[in-house]
Design a protein around this ligand. Structure first.
Ligand code: URA
Length: 235
């Protein structure tokens, strides 16, 4: 089949974006099963956000660079005591270059601001830091693959070491797996404390999961998890 009818076929199916399947790094094999990876990190002495951003540059270390518009480094306070770690940018984040600015992001903002305010904790989203395991949007919003998480995870590890937060909140299974290397599902892990290096990690549901209407109980649980983490950090 030549390219034109194939593209028309995809268009009729409603597929708006296509990605080349050829990996940018052909030597990297994609394991058949996603595996848990602990985040590596070879940070230079006197590391800083400026150095990390400069090292990322116009990154072409993995195939995700092919479909991205903007690298989503992270946002929030450089003095943050609490860091939220999501999975990877979605469409809105990819266009704006900022994490959690789409529907899931709006829910996360509400959750942080409203829970803090109800609990008498004087912070808003601007006082925390928000980043993702992968800094580029995966095609069709799939989860980042193990090699993508490993390549990008070194920068997240450096960001966390620079911030030295009092706690990290892992949003969803991908983030929990990347940070903790555990195979348990998020339902089992949520609400509990773990450690990444010396930093306490609370696992909770990803806001995208909470947006699904039937997740009333999960929403309640996520609010409980957030209360726990906010009191731990700010009391
Ligand atoms: N989902 C994520 O995991 N991260 C974002 O930045 C947006 C949506």
């Amino acid at each position: 089949m030549s390219l034109k009818p194939l593209l028309e076929y995809y268009r009729d199916l409603g597929v708006k974006e296509l990605y080349r399947s050829q990996p940018v790094l052909p030597s990297l094999e994609i394991p058949a099963m996603p595996a848990s990876i602990p985040l590596p990190g070879l940070a230079p002495e006197n590391d800083s956000f400026e150095l990390i951003r400069a090292d990322i540059g116009d990154c072409r270390r993995c195939r995700l660079c092919e479909g991205r518009n903007k690298i989503v480094f992270g946002s929030g306070s450089p003095q943050a005591k609490l860091v939220f770690v999501g999975e990877a940018p979605g469409q809105d984040e990819d266009l704006q270059g900022l994490p959690f600015v789409g529907r899931a992001g709006q829910l996360l903002t509400q959750m942080i601001n409203n829970t803090a305010s109800k609990e008498g904790i004087a912070i808003t989203r601007d006082d925390v830091y928000i980043a993702n395991v992968a800094k580029c949007r995966p095609p069709e919003n799939r989860a980042p693959l193990p090699d993508e998480m490993e390549i990008c995870g070194q920068f997240l590890a450096r960001q966390l070491e620079v911030l030295k937060p009092k706690a990290i909140c892992a949003l969803g299974g991908t983030s929990a797996k990347a940070l903790l290397g555990l195979k348990d599902g998020v339902t089992k892990m949520r609400g509990n404390w773990y450690k990444w290096r010396d930093f306490p990690v609370m696992v909770t549901y990803h806001p995208s999961y909470l947006l699904r209407a039937y997740n009333v109980e999960a929403k309640r649980e996520a609010w409980e998890d957030l209360k726990k983490v906010l009191h731990f950090v700010y009391d």
